[in-house]
Design a protein around this ligand. Structure first.
Ligand SMILES: CC(C)(COP(=O)(O)OP(=O)(O)OC[C@H]1O[C@@H](n2cnc3c(N)ncnc32)[C@H](O)[C@@H]1OP(=O)(O)O)[C@@H](O)C(=O)NCCC(=O)NCCS
Length: 310
């Protein structure tokens, strides 16, 4: 078995290998090459540091590494069912950790679906520690019959992409990789990713994907904002911040205002912490689809496992 940089493979090959490694996955999440390309762009995946495991001419597994500032992120790790329990997953993970160390990324993060025991065992063995549970939730389209949030709002500002980014930059809370400000900034690069050009090249500003938002002050002094990426059928990257006031009530009001404007779209929110704000999402009609466990391998985990030897 040899490990090769993922940059030596086409998106079609990587997508096929990924889908085959997840054929029996807890939650079916098949990819296509466009979606994988978006994923790579949004989450700063570095294909040169990512790895594909090959035996003969057959791909048997893969794993990817995201890079931001001094942090790494392990993602898309998977071994084809017939290759499992032979040390391949371990070998890919160890190599990704070496890539992270060589790139001065002492801290490495990842998420694993709750209940995925093989992966949890593997990550624990290599010093990953659980930080928190994160929820992936959806809200089917439905009209908002309740005008309470509208009546409670004193002032609503409608935000443009750059204003949304400024709000995300000012956040004090540590966001999960998917919802960090870098992911939000990368939304603009999606247009470029789809045509394979440099960021924004030749794409008119009004045609670039952009985040929108509502910044709301309520009569009782509560304040907060909700930001999102609107597509024809779906609201994605929904993100809520409560600046002042009871977090569950303000979250529910912000979401109700959002969904008044976008009653026809499905909404998805990924990796939100399981805290009091989640109750606000539930009040606004969101339901849990599944949970992920966020894990970190702290910088002080200096005991790098030795490289895989066949
Ligand atoms: C998780 C996964 C990558 C492990 O790959 P693998 O090649 O089978 O794992 P390895 O043979 O290298 O095992 C390394 C260690 O992981 C743990 N492990 C792997 N499979 C396990 C299982 N079925 N049950 C319990 N522990 C397991 C063990 O600690 C194992 O060490 P050991 O063999 O000394 O006991 C593989 O099961 C997989 O692709 N699953 C589907 C996709 C997936 O879950 N990806 C992770 C998403 S975050």
């Amino acid at each position: 078995m040899i490990l090769l940089p993922a940059s030596e493979f086409t998106l079609d090959e990587l997508t096929l290998a990924y889908n085959q490694s997840r054929i029996d996955y807890l939650i079916p999440m098949p990819m296509n090459p466009d979606r994988l390309n978006e994923y790579i762009t949004l989450y700063d995946v570095d294909l040169h540091s990512s790895r594909v495991a090959v035996i003969g001419e057959t791909i048997v597994g893969l794993g990817m590494l995201g890079r931001r500032q001094d942090q790494g992120w392990v993602t898309r790790l998977g071994v084809l069912p017939e290759g499992r329990r032979q040390g391949i997953g371990r070998a890919i993970l160890i190599d990704l950790l070496h890539q992270a160390a060589q790139s001065d990324l002492p801290e490495v993060w990842l998420e694993v679906i709750k209940g995925n025991q093989p992966a949890l065992e593997l990550f624990r063995r290599y010093d990953f520690q659980q930080t928190r549970e994160l929820i992936v939730a959806r809200r089917p389209p439905r009209a908002v019959a309740n005008a309470a949030a509208l009546l409670a709002a004193r002032k609503i500002d409608y935000l443009q992409h750059d204003e949304v980014i400024d709000l995300h930059c000012a956040r004090r809370e540590r966001m999960n990789w998917l919802n960090a400000v870098d992911s939000m900034r990368n939304v603009r690069r999606l247009a470029a990713a789809s045509v394979g050009s440099d960021p924004y090249d030749g794409v008119p500003l009004h045609q670039l994907p952009h985040l929108s938002g509502l910044l709301v002050e309520f009569h009782d002094g509560s304040r907060g904002w909700v930001t999102y990426l609107a597509t024809t059928l779906e609201l994605k990257r929904v993100s809520v911040e409560v600046s002042y006031g009871p977090p569950d009530v303000v979250t529910a009001c912000l979401l109700e205002l959002l969904h008044r404007h976008h009653a026809a779209q499905d909404a998805v929110v990924e990796n939100i912490p399981d805290d009091v704000r989640w109750r606000g999402f539930q009040r606004a009609g969101y339901f849990e689809v599944f949970r992920r466990i966020e894990m970190v391998r702290p910088a002080e985990s200096v005991s790098y496992p030795s490289a895989f030897s066949p």
